[in-house]
Design a protein around this ligand. Sequence first.
Ligand SMILES: [Zn+2]
Length: 273
Amino acid sequence: MAEKKTVSAAESTRRKKTTAAPSEAGKTTVAAKPTGGATGKRVGAIILWVLAIACEVLAILLLFGKIEIGFMNTLVAVVILLVLDLIFVVAGSLLWKQANHIDPASEKNKTLFWLWNNLGLIVTIAAFLPFIILTLSNKKADKKTKVIAVAVAAVALIIGGLCSYDWNPISAEEKAAQEGLYTDEVLPEATVYFTKFGSKYHLYKECQHLNNSDTVYDAAKGQTGDDASKSCVEIAINNGCNDVCKTCKNKFEKELEAKKGSDEKKEEENKTE
Ligand SMILES: [Zn+2]
């Protein structure tokens, strides 16, 4: 399904290009990928996190000799389980963070806001710390096994924690404010642009901060399927771009002021005539 959409996106890009305004020349943009709703992502995150904890429990049972697998060395099996644990935790956290951009929490209660945004971090700790503590307290396991198992779990805990922490959170209030400020009607180019790893969205395609990006996403072109009813800014925020680029914002405000000035001038002229 994703493939289908990419094709149609490419087509729409081509179509647009043939009728492109002069300002569209140069950079090619592609349709923003649809992000859909938050609920499915939250359910997916929780399932992945449960799988992660299950891997941890299995690793603990193996190390304590409660279960055995004949065909594989215990330490190798434990390391494999810890790696799977990490993959499930991080995949779940990424889904969770995306859901929080689509359907952000209120920041009225700061503690709850932090906990909700960083649930992935909390799960990461739950997915590795008990294993580390129990392994260290395990008197039966030999020293080499213990050291390797704890080292792997500690590295996984750090990587998982860094990936799960929300470095760029947004609240329901902030999102509403952005959407209110830059409605589709006031956008200078009737769309906003953003890049895959950027944290800001842009109001002008020519913005210097977009120059180094091979792929620039166009929110208006992404208004299809599940995202058809979303505003351009909402699509950008759903993709992790929380705020407007400062350069674009300044340019937009200057243009707005110039327009206001010329409108006033016209009014004055009309009055004097
Ligand atoms: Zn910009």
